[in-house]
Design a protein around this ligand. Structure first.
Ligand code: 5GP
Length: 187
C-alpha cells in the first residue's frame, strides 16, 4: 500500500497530549484516531476498540511475531503498546490521515520509517511539578505506576529536540492553536 501522511503527537504521560489530540480531531474531520493495541488492563471510562484494542500478552506477542505492528514499545514493565499496520492502512484506504497518540520512542521510530510523510509533535508539559498535579487529578495510577510515569517523563523530555515541532502545553487553548497552525500547513 502507498504510504500516506501520519500525524503523531507524543509527550510524557500527563502532558495533556490525549486532550490535545481529541480537540484537533474535532477541528479536522480528515484526522482519524489510530487505535493502538495494548496489554494493560482497561480503565473504567475506556471502551475496547475505541480507546485501545485490549489484548493479552500472548496475542500481542503473536502479533509481533507475525510482523503486524508498525511499531511497538514495552512502555511500562510488562505493558506493551503498539500501532497496528492494519489500523493505519484502513485509515489511508479511506483517504484520511491517522493521528497517533503514542509514547516518545514510538513516535521517533515511526518518523524513522516514514521520514517524508510523518510529522511529529512533542507536547511539552510546563514542568515536572505540573505533571505531578495532572496525574494526581487523573487518579488512575497506583503509587508505583505514578512514580514510574514521573521517572519516564523526565527521560522523555530529553528527547523533545528530536521532534519536528514542540508545542508547550501551559494553557490548553493556546497549545491546541499552536498545534493546529502546524497541522494546517501539513494538511
Ligand atoms: P496509557 O496507559 O496512559 O493509556 O498510555 C501510556 C503511554 O503509552 C502513553 O504515553 C501513550 O501515548 C503510549 N501509547 C499508547 N499507544 C501506543 C502505541 O501504539 N505505541 C507506543 N509506542 N506507545 C503508545
Amino acid at each position: 500500500m502507498e504510504t500516506g501522511r501520519i500525524l503523531i503527537l507524543a509527550g510524557p504521560s500527563g502532558s495533556g497530549k490525549t486532550t490535545v489530540t481529541h480537540l484537533l480531531m474535532g477541528l479536522h474531520k480528515e484526522l482519524v484516531f489510530s487505535v493502538s493495541a495494548t496489554t494493560r488492563s482497561i480503565r473504567p471510562n475506556e471502551v475496547d476498540g475505541k480507546d485501545y484494542y485490549f489484548i493479552n500478552q500472548e496475542v500481542f506477542k503473536n502479533k509481533i511475531a507475525a510482523d503486524e505492528f508498525v511499531e511497538f514499545e514495552e512502555v511500562y514493565a510488562g505493558m506493551f503498546y503498539g500501532t497496528l499496520k492494519v489500523e493505519i492502512e484502513r485509515i489511508w484506504a479511506n483517504n484520511q490521515i491517522p493521528i497517533l497518540d503514542i509514547d516518545v520512542l514510538g513516535a521517533l521510530n515511526i518518523k524513522k520509517k516514514f521520514p517524508e510523510t510523518a510529522v511529529t509533535i512533542f507536547i511539552h508539559p510546563v514542568s515536572i511539578e505540573n505533571l505531578h498535579s495532572r496525574l494526581t487529578k487523573r487518579a488512575t495510577e497506583t503509587p508505583e505506576s505514578f512514580a514510574f510515569r514521573i521517572k519516564r517523563a523526565e527521560e522523555e523530555l530529553t528527547l523533545a529536540p528530536q521532534f519536528d515541532h514542540i508545542v508547550y502545553n501551559r494553557i490548553l487553548e493556546t497549545a491546541v492553536e499552536d498545534a493546529d497552525s502546524i497541522i494546517k500547513k501539513y494538511l
